[in-house]
Design a protein around this ligand. Structure first.
Ligand SMILES: [Zn+2]
Length: 269
């Protein structure tokens, strides 16, 4: 059984799936990671944005993955620029190419429909994986057996653990993200607190996932639920992409690329 964890940015998995990842690799499972972007925008100073930060953050993901038991040859990057992951035909095809290269049986991706983390890159990543799993399995060499979503507010599968020590160890390899991660000590135990003690047993913390059904109608959050989730997302200090408003040096090659993407997706200047 092969597992593929798909994320939008290099630090997403350490926030949400670190304990499950570590368990799988320690029990001899084949696990690969596909980060669709290299997090080129994840810092505020314009001079760092682009290839320079991409290189740093790719290394950070490889180091964090090593702590989770994944060798760097199993850490892959999709090549989409941070902030511009959209649910497009082009990106669907790109992800299909990756899936056919890696042949996973089970895929993990960010929740797009019941998420409390409304970052467009995350939502689009989740939608791409849902679309491929439900509509385009005929284009895959190896059928996807299950799709699980993380950062979900509608979990149906829980992975319990007792200490955040391992998670923090992997998370803090993302040194360029310390402006954000300094809050992790505060919100990580809150987010992962096992509120359903009676149901799950006496575990302190839990990673929540939603196993997606490939049959029938996909449940979608109604207006009230969306409103509440949106509000939580707004309150959430980890909801950029504010950093995208500070643009890189537009004279550089990267800046030119970003300029084109901003025009294509109708970003306001
Ligand atoms: Zn992210």
């Amino acid at each position: 059984m092969k597992y593929l964890f798909v994320c939008a940015h290099p630090d997403d998995l350490e926030f949400s799936c670190g304990n499950l990842l570590y368990y799988l690799t320690q029990h001899g499972k084949e696990v690969a990671i596909l980060s669709l972007s290299r997090g080129e925008f994840g810092i505020f100073e314009p001079i760092w944005k682009g290839p320079r930060l991409a290189k740093i953050r790719s290394q950070e993901l490889k180091r964090a993955s090593k702590i989770n038991g994944i060798e760097k040859k199993h850490v892959h990057f999709g090549g989409i620029i941070d902030g511009f992951i959209r649910f497009t035909k082009e990106n669907v095809n790109l992800v299909i190419t990756w899936i056919n290269k890696l042949n996973p049986d089970i895929i993990f991706a960010p929740e797009p429909y019941f998420t409390y983390y409304w970052h467009e890159d995350h939502i689009s990543t989740g939608k791409i994986l849902y679309y491929i799993s439900t509509k385009l399995q005929n284009r895959l060499n190896n059928k996807i057996r299950s799709l699980y979503y993380y950062t979900t507010a509608k979990g149906n599968f829980s992975w319990p653990f007792n200490s955040a020590e391992h998670s923090f160890k992997a998370l803090y390899e993302h040194k360029s993200q310390m402006w954000l991660l300094k809050w992790a000590k505060l919100f990580y135990p809150l987010e992962k607190h096992n509120f359903k003690k009676q149901k799950l047993g006496n575990w302190k913390m839990v990673e929540i996932y939603r196993r997606v059904s490939f049959y029938g109608k996909q449940p979608k959050a109604n207006t009230i639920v969306r409103g509440i989730l949106g509000l939580i997302s707004q309150l959430n200090i980890i909801n950029p992409p504010d950093s995208h408003f500070i643009l890189p040096d537009m004279k550089t090659e990267f800046g030119q690329k970003v300029k084109k993407l901003r025009a294509r997706y109708k970003f306001k200047d």
